[in-house]
Design a protein around this ligand. Structure first.
Ligand SMILES: Nc1ncnc2c1ncn2[C@@H]1O[C@H](COP(=O)(O)OP(=O)(O)OP(=O)(O)O)[C@@H](O)[C@H]1O
Ligand SMILES: [Mg+2]
Length: 544
């Protein structure tokens, strides 16, 4: 399964966008990428398409002036940024001009800015008519408001499987015949390595491969783990995303049967068979609920259950840093997630991240726009990135986030009912190496009305402390649990108003994560708990 878009040998999403814009006469494109060489390569490939074949590619930089792709100068004078745009306007043939790092001259602090911004606007009508396209390529997006209407921003997608496979083959060719490097790859190994590289830029992938070869003097399936570790490092450096590995599975969650059922059904909808059947890729899920009742736990468990990598997206960090950087952070994070797809993008406590957006007071317009770009992406993304967001305080969430189309479903996770409380107690007893059938779990469940899952977990732990304090020979007994229960004041009592209000608001509005209680709900039916979760080996998570 790929990011969902391309066939071998076909154009990438970026190339298709470029072709469409060029044919439709869009005069100025702004491409945000750190991968200049790859961008130029991909662009010149598009120009070989019959309908664009008349356009020749040229590259400009302040160091070289206007050149052909093999760096033959066209006009030396054009190294002056004030000269280049008039020269392009006068250029006699259809062409595609790539301007590298031109954003410096669009910055209001640049003395050249007023002139070049005006020059850019002047060339719009002429370029439309003359089959010329200008592409500004920069690693940062700096677009003065005067140009917003005339410039179309495009993204360079990260390399997908096919391109990475080519890179791997090239690397293998380079080390072939080198007696110091031992290449041992079986039939499926190339694919595994390529999957391990998804989410990186081409040069990052190249460096990661080189590093592994240099460090181990070999390349074999065991290197996949090293590559993944390298990739995790690179992605963590982005500051907003983190690979999250967790042992949690559905078996670690007590109750929430309707949510689990829904997730099981959606989990199979990422397959090619589901596409062939006409199903769209599942898009995302919002979990709203009472604190401590399993929102974050459920998000984590989905990853292992669906066997997909879990990327934790720290929305708060997107909005940190200097003003304007947040746009870059958001763009880069979403591109990376698409690069790693199929994957889960987990936005925990989304309302807190958005509070950060509002806090960027010096430039609230930008934060609104950045948040808007997340919403648009959620709706329009074609790569199989499943967003799981969690929230406690829905009053802090903007209504547009809750609109249909953004998430497939919004579930409300309420305080556990008696049957769920039995299950949760059983799970935590099992996690702490106790046989829950030796305890009166049903009775404890009846006595813990209003307790959250987290509070039930604390009850088990407090009881263990109590028993341990009585002496090494003491076994954990029901009385320890009963005592811990009687000493706990659940939040549903201490924060009654807030929690009641949330429950009232949720009723009938969002889908309940748990089914109705049955009459006999507190009577546990064995088995209540699955065996405690075992640590998931990292690599398995990535076998998608
Ligand atoms: N349904 C449950 N089954 C088993 N354990 C649970 C359940 N709900 C909560 N827990 C325990 O409580 C811990 C905290 O739960 P979790 O982090 O999922 O809560 P949350 O809903 O995300 O709360 P918050 O709103 O405070 O972030 C879990 O790690 C788990 O140990
Ligand atoms: Mg949480």
């Amino acid at each position: 399964m790929t990011g969902g878009q391309e066939q071998p040998g076909a154009l990438t999403a970026f190339q298709r966008a470029l072709r469409t814009y060029a044919r439709a006469g869009y005069p100025i494109l702004y491409l945000v990428t750190a991968e200049e060489d790859r961008a130029v390569e991909l662009m010149s490939e598009v120009l070989r398409e019959p309908e664009l074949a008349q356009r020749q590619p040229y590259v400009w930089s302040v160091s070289r002036g206007l050149c052909t792709l093999d760096f033959k100068p066209v006009d030396k004078k054009t190294a002056d940024p004030k000269q280049i745009l008039p020269a392009l306007l006068a250029f006699p043939k259809p062409a595609l001009f790539v301007l590298q790092d031109f954003h410096f001259f669009l910055d209001e602090r640049s003395p050249a800015a007023p002139l070049v911004i005006r020059q850019l606007r002047d060339l719009v009508p002429a370029f439309k008519a003359a089959r010329k396209t200008l592409v500004l390529v920069s690693s940062v997006l700096k677009l003065p408001p005067e140009l917003e209407k005339d410039v179309t921003v495009v993204d360079l997608d990260l390399p997908r499987e096919e391109e990475l496979l080519r890179l791997l083959e090239e690397t293998l060719e380079q080390v072939q015949g080198n007696p110091k490097v031992d290449v041992r790859l079986g039939p499926g190994d190339r694919e595994l390595i390529v999957k391990g590289l998804l989410g990186l830029t081409r040069s990052e992938a190249e460096n990661a491969l080189a590093k592994v070869i240099v460090e181990t003097s070999r390349i074999d399936p065991d290197d996949v783990d090293l590559l993944l570790a390298e990739k995790e490092q690179i992605i963590r450096k982005s500051g907003t995303l983190e690979f999250y590995s967790t042992p949690e599975r559905f078996g670690s969650i007590g109750g929430l049967d309707l949510l689990k059922q829904w997730l099981r059904q959606r989990g199979s909808a990422f397959s090619e068979a589901a596409r062939a059947f006409g199903l769209p890729n599942p898009r995302g899920l919002l979990l709203v609920g009472v604190p401590g009742c399993g929102k974050s736990l459920s998000a984590k468990a989905v990853a292992a259950e669906w066997r997909m990598p879990l990327l934790r997206f720290d929305l708060g960090k997107v909005f940190q840093g200097y003003v304007g950087q947040s746009e870059e952070n958001m763009r880069r994070a979403l591109k990376m997630a698409e690069g790693v797809a199929p994957c889960l993008l987990w936005i925990d406590e989304i309302e807190k991240g958005l509070a950060g957006a509002r806090g960027e007071s010096s430039d609230s317009g930008t934060s609104q726009r950045v948040f808007g770009s997340l919403l648009t992406w959620m709706e329009e993304k074609s790569a199989p990135v499943f967003v799981i967001a969690t929230a406690n305080d829905i009053s802090a969430l903007p209504p547009e986030l809750m609109r249909k189309g953004r998430f497939d479903e919004i579930f409300f996770i309420d305080l556990p009912n008696a049957r769920e409380r039995s299950q949760i107690l059983a799970i935590h007893l099992t996690k702490h190496h106790r046989d829950y059938s030796e305890f009166d779990v049903a009775e404890h469940a009846r006595n813990t009305e209003g307790f959250s899952g987290a509070e039930l977990e604390s009850v088990v732990i407090a009881a263990l402390y109590e028993a341990f304090a009585e002496g090494e020979q003491t076994q954990l007994e029901d009385r320890h649990l009963a005592q811990a229960i009687s000493q706990t004041v659940p939040q549903s009592r201490s924060l009654k108003e807030a929690i009641d209000q949330l429950r009232l608001l949720a009723r009938g509005r969002w889908r309940p994560a748990s089914g109705e209680e049955t009459v006999d709900e507190a009577q546990p039916e064995a088995p209540l708990a699955e065996p405690p979760p075992v640590a998931v080996k990292r690599r398995r998570i990535f076998e998608v």
